[in-house]
Design a binder for this molecule. Structure first.
Ligand SMILES: [Mn+2]
Length: 200
């Protein structure tokens, strides 16, 4: 990442991206913490952000919730590791996704916006108003990245790992335009709610 001029390394860096058939072992978890702690030292000296994506139970057995992610970061002993949260995964695992964002606070280093069916934003059940209220509450100013899948354009092995068995879209550009407009609108709405609530 350093050598290609990148500034962030994220995703499921701490385990395989797969549906595990066993519980994580203590030894496996210790190995993962140690590997991330070593990687964080290299990343810090290279000026590269290191963010761990918390994903749902079908894609890792190690970090499924924000609370688990924060515990993992503490175990690394590094101040350079942050969390990469994703609304699609949070919708499956968190009791309250907005509360999870507030729990992450300044440890949130990267954010994926995705719908519950991983298609067009607004075509699923995720409460984006609550999500954006929470992002504004914690003063989040890092990346917000839209993530969506279709076997028509996404790498085949990644689509299989994410269980994309049907396509909800095939054209990237209208999807991306819609997502940008949707995110801008939701940020504006959340900002207006804050301003209205703050008014005496
Ligand atoms: Mn994601």
């Amino acid at each position: 990442m350093r050598d290609i001029g990148g500034s962030k390394l994220g995703g499921i860096l701490y385990s395989a991206h797969t549906k595990y058939g066993t519980m994580p072992s203590d030894r496996g978890r210790r190995n993962s913490v140690a590997a991330i702690a070593r990687t964080a030292e290299v990343a810090k000296s290279a000026g590269v952000d290191l963010v761990l994506e918390v994903v749902n139970r079908f894609e890792t057995n190690l970090l499924n919730t924000t609370a688990q992610g924060l515990e993992f970061i503490a175990a690394t002993g590094s101040d350079h590791v942050r969390l990469h949260l994703d609304t699609f995964h949070m919708n499956i695992e968190e009791a309250n996704p907005a509360a999870a964002i507030r729990l992450a606070g300044d440890k949130l280093g990267y954010f994926h916006i995705g719908e519950s069916n991983r298609g067009y934003l607004g075509d699923g059940v995720i409460d984006f108003a609550g999500i954006f209220d929470a992002l504004l509450d914690i003063g989040y100013e890092r990346d917000v990245t839209f993530e969506s899948f279709s076997g028509a354009v996404v790498d085949e092995s990644l689509s299989l790992a994410c269980a994309i068995w049907r396509d909800t879209w095939t054209e990237s550009l209208p999807l991306a335009r819609h997502a940008k407009a949707f995110i801008d609108l939701k940020v504006d709405e959340a900002a207006r709610r804050r301003a209205t609530n703050a008014r005496p």
